[in-house]
Design a protein around this ligand. Structure first.
Ligand code: FPP
Length: 233
């Protein structure tokens, strides 16, 4: 349990929303918005990691996103693949670990193997963690944890659940940022967000740059975090 005046920002989660609307406003296909959205990630990561954030979680593809047109799904996976190819150099430079949270079984063998190899090759890095939620749903993650614990003797503790989530060993999420004006959590790391602050902005994800990231981080530091306690108690 964090202390009542703990204001350190260790883990930020981003719900990257608004790519489709960004493209529509420009009379472009939705996939163009995702491309610009993928480009925006680089600056966001740089700003977070340079300012001392340890873990960044990105919502890239939810278990509900399979209902989108196949062309759009393929485009998102292609962008992710290209991103990982490009960003792998940075992961090594910055001694950052890649974690993919989610069930990789239904994705293409090429992308799955790329993800698995990069996760294994960076597993020993401790400076930063880039956690990408891919084919991820939080309720599903919690049910999976409970099933993994089904043969455990005695009562199941909170620690048991935490240790059987994809994010095992990572700090809880301190700040969730959702772009595009929507104010929902959409099944994003529900367990890990128990004490998170929520920052909502109308900015669409492709326009969410370093400056917008800094604004969100500064907003967090301006908040009083009490974790259910009483100020100055
Ligand atoms: C939500 O916007 C965005 C997604 C479901 C996909 C996010 C994917 C990327 C940014 C690119 C690939 C990921 C990585 C990590 C490189 P939306 O399509 O729901 O937008 P809308 O609400 O305006 O339609």
């Amino acid at each position: 349990m964090p202390s009542s005046e703990d204001k350190k920002l260790r883990h930020v989660g981003f719900i990257m929303d608004g790519n489709g609307r960004w493209a529509k406003r420009r009379n472009k296909p939705r996939t163009f918005g995702h491309k610009k959205g993928a480009d925006a990630i680089i600056g966001v990561l740089e700003e977070c990691f340079d300012s001392g954030v340890e873990v960044v979680s990105l919502y890239a593809f939810s278990t509900e996103n399979w209902s989108r047109p196949k062309e759009e799904i393929d485009a998102i996976f292609d962008l992710l693949s290209t991103f990982l190819k490009k960003y792998s150099k940075k992961l090594f430079e910055k001694k950052s670990r890649l974690l993919i949270s989610g069930d990789l079984t239904p994705i293409s063998k090429t992308l799955r193997e790329r993800c698995e190899k990069l996760m294994a090759d960076t597993a020993h890095f401790t400076e930063h963690v880039l956690n990408i939620a891919l084919n991820y749903g939080s309720r599903n993650e919690i049910v999976r944890a409970v099933n993994l614990l089904k043969d455990k003797q005695g009562e199941i503790s909170e620690e048991d659940i935490s240790n059987n989530l994809y994010t095992k060993g990572l700090p809880d999420i301190d700040l969730v940022v959702r772009t595009s004006g929507e104010k929902r959590l959409s099944n994003f790391f529900l367990w890990q967000c128990a004490y998170a602050e929520f920052y909502f902005t109308d900015v669409l994800w492709p326009d969410f740059n370093k400056e917008e990231t800094k604004k969100a981080l500064d907003w967090f530091y301006g908040r009083k975090r009490r974790f259910g306690g009483i100020e100055n108690a």
